[in-house]
Write a protein that binds this ligand. Structure first.
Ligand code: KQY
Length: 363
């Protein structure tokens, strides 16, 4: 049984663990939305399978899929990947799945944020989004975990926590008029403190250039360890990313985290810049929300990787920089396994490996 609680995780002694803490599983959702994924999601499905296979080397993977694609997905996925029929509007489990919190008695609970497709009727990417909004609660029910319905619109990719009291986010996303315009910055911080038991929020001004999520932090940087982050870097002064990354670095190095540590910032090269080709744009159905035009700049970033049980699953995006990114990640995570997955197809849908996965902590 799974109950929706009226209290808050802070009141109940639950905190959100960092991604580098142990996982019981990773959840994903099968892509098939034709106005986001080209050719009805067929090329993307292959890449999601590759990501799921890579993760499943160390962690159990559960994929959810709509009824119409169940048979196809089951036939293509290895047997050890669990498949569950569940309706969704698209396939970004990081944003539609629960953010989990745990306590020190070995209990975990889900936090179910309100979801409005990255901006609702202001600048959201599709309508309706009710099936996506229901996913977090359904995941908790399948796992028989109790949950909290948090009273703000928030996507999992817009926050990173270090498990020791610090949360990283961007003003571009959390203060965007399309999320919670009735709340001040301080009120949003109070909700994050109540629902994730964090003590300090580090606000970066902007996310990656031209990111259709309104600047999710998970596409700009990742937490390596408490007090240590890796940040997308760009050395081309004429690129809009140049100033964004510098500003983020300046804030991070001037800040201390919740435990008073000075934050160490490592740099990750930016792939590209990458653009949608004419051939890639041709396969996507036209819609109102998502721009999939030939020549559109893609928000590509190596920071959009998943950490799961001492394994880094990272996107391969540009043969000029892939090796450099892998070398940096290998140095940052000594003793971890590293799997690069060709991920341009996920990038064409507007995100990457971190955005399509959500971890369930081990307790
Ligand atoms: O990056 C993400 N967390 C999600 C991207 C959504 C893009 C929808 N087309």
């Amino acid at each position: 049984m799974s109950i929706q609680l009226k209290s808050t995780p802070l009141d109940d002694g639950f905190r959100m663990p960092a991604e580098h803490e142990p996982h019981a599983g990773i959840w994903m959702a099968w892509p098939e939305r034709a106005d986001n994924w080209r050719y009805g999601g067929k090329p993307a499905q292959n890449v999601f399978i590759n990501v799921a296979k890579a993760i499943s080397k160390n962690t159990k993977v559960t994929m959810v899929v709509g009824s119409g694609q169940y048979e196809n997905a089951r036939a293509q996925l290895p047997e050890d990947i669990q498949l569950i029929e569940m309706s969704t509007d698209d396939s970004w489990m990081r944003d539609i799945g629960p953010s989990y919190v745990v306590n020190n008695k070995g209990i975990r609970r889900g936090v179910d944020w309100e979801f409005n497709a990255w901006g609702g009727l202001v600048d959201g990417l599709y309508f309706p989004w009710d099936k996506d909004d229901a996913v977090a609660q359904k995941v908790c029910e399948v796992l028989t975990d109790d949950s909290y319905r948090a009273p703000i619109i928030l996507e999992g990719g817009s926050i990173h926590v270090d498990g020791e009291g610090t949360l990283y986010t961007t003003e571009e996303c959390l203060l965007h008029p399309s999320r919670n315009p009735e709340l001040s910055k301080d009120e949003i911080e109070q909700v994050l403190k109540q629902y994730l038991s964090i003590e300090k929020v580090i606000w970066l001004p902007q996310g990656l250039y031209n990111d259709e999520t309104n600047g999710h932090v998970d596409n700009l940087m990742h937490i390596v360890a408490p007090g240590e982050v890796v940040l997308t870097w760009c050395d081309d002064v004429s690129d809009p990313q140049y100033a964004i990354s510098r500003k983020a670095r300046d804030i991070l190095t001037a800040e201390t985290d919740a435990k008073g540590r000075q934050i160490i910032v490592h740099k990750l090269p930016m792939p590209g810049p990458l653009y949608i080709t004419e051939e890639e744009a041709r396969g996507v159905d036209i819609c109102d929300g998502m721009v999939r035009e030939s020549g559109e700049r893609l928000a590509g970033s190596y920071a959009n990787y998943l950490i799961s049980n001492n394994h880094i699953i990272f996107p391969l995006l540009d043969e000029k920089t892939d090796q450099q990114a892998e070398t940096i990640l290998a140095k940052l995570y000594p003793g971890y396994q590293l799997s690069g997955v060709d991920a341009r197809e996920i990038l064409l849908g507007g995100g990457n490996i971190h955005c399509i996965t959500q971890q369930i902590p081990a307790v």
